[in-house]
Design a protein around this ligand. Structure first.
Ligand code: ATP
Length: 256
């Protein structure tokens, strides 16, 4: 792969261990291009989610975890940033849609502001809610139900609401951990189409088990195996002609 000019995110020699005996991520380095979609693939347990969580500092929720190396966002080490600043700049969407159950749809979009104690005027709030719900093509479906709870929506709508909630803070990077694995094919297609539009505004890093999804939506793909980044290349190149035998076995269904 050609080297990436002007990367927004740089993962440099990152190692992550949960305990002294288990190294879940081993010396991973990769530059991520701005306004692109990068898929992280690999068999169960290869360290995809562990790596993704470190980019968002979610690893700090685990007691004895140890992370070494650097993760640079626009040249600044995420691992040393103020957590609040970092979470505004790097958003995350999870496998299961998780709108805040006690909040209505309107407040769910604004949750990042509410929970961070950021005050907004009524018109600012209305503008942010409408713009972000339009951004995820949910506005027309929910504009008359903004005071209803987010949990009353369908799974696909809830996931789009969660994406709107992340985007509302205008992050530079959006991390997605298998965001469609709990959704039906139509809701999945909707989210995939959405991602293609969103990359104009945000850089997306997505963990997926679904190889055809990676092929459809991503510009570049990473293949991880037993904690190592085995291959990182343009998605088309990797699927058509992988350089490593392990990538080939995985992509042809012989592994994992
Ligand atoms: N909380 C934890 N404590 C100890 N070890 C963990 C913990 N979470 C994950 N691991 C280990 O770290 C390694 C990587 O796990 P991780 O969940 O990142 O893999 P993954 O590729 O995302 O897997 P999957 O596709 O199944 O979600 C595995 O060996 C796993 O057992």
């Amino acid at each position: 792969m050609e080297s990436i000019k002007d990367p927004i995110l740089q993962i440099k020699d990152v190692c992550i261990s949960y305990t002294s005996s288990v190294m879940a991520v081993k010396h991973v380095s990769a530059d991520i291009e701005k306004n692109s979609i990068t898929a992280i693939m690999g068999p169960s347990g290869c360290g995809k989610s562990t790596l993704l969580r470190a980019v968002n500092r979610m690893h700090e929720l685990y007691k004895n975890i140890r992370v070494t190396g650097e993760i640079l966002l626009n040249g600044e080490n995420v691992l040393e940033m103020e957590p609040m600043v970092e979470r505004r700049r790097i958003g995350m969407v999870f496998q299961r849609p998780n709108p805040f159950p006690t909040m209505n749809i309107f407040d769910n979009v604004l949750a990042g502001y509410i929970l961070n104690g950021i005050r907004l005027s009524k018109s600012q709030k209305e503008e942010i809610v409408e713009r972000n719900l339009r951004n995820v093509s949910l506005w027309d479906e929910v504009k008359d139900s903004l005071t209803k709870r987010g949990t009353f929506l369908s799974g696909g709508q809830q996931q789009r609401l969660c994406i709107a909630r992340s985007l509302a803070l205008q992050p530079d990077v959006l991390l997605m951990d298998e965001p469609t694995s709990a959704l039906d094919p139509i809701a999945t297609k909707h989210i995939e189409d959405l991602m293609d539009q969103l990359k104009k505004e945000v850089t997306i890093l997505i963990v997926t088990h679904n190889m055809s999804q990676a092929m459809r939506i991503s510009d570049r793909s990473m293949f991880m195996f037993l904690g190592e980044l085995i291959e990182y290349d343009d998605t088309k190149k990797m699927f058509e002609n992988p350089s490593d035998e392990r990538t080939r076995s995985y992509l042809t269904g012989k592994m994992g």
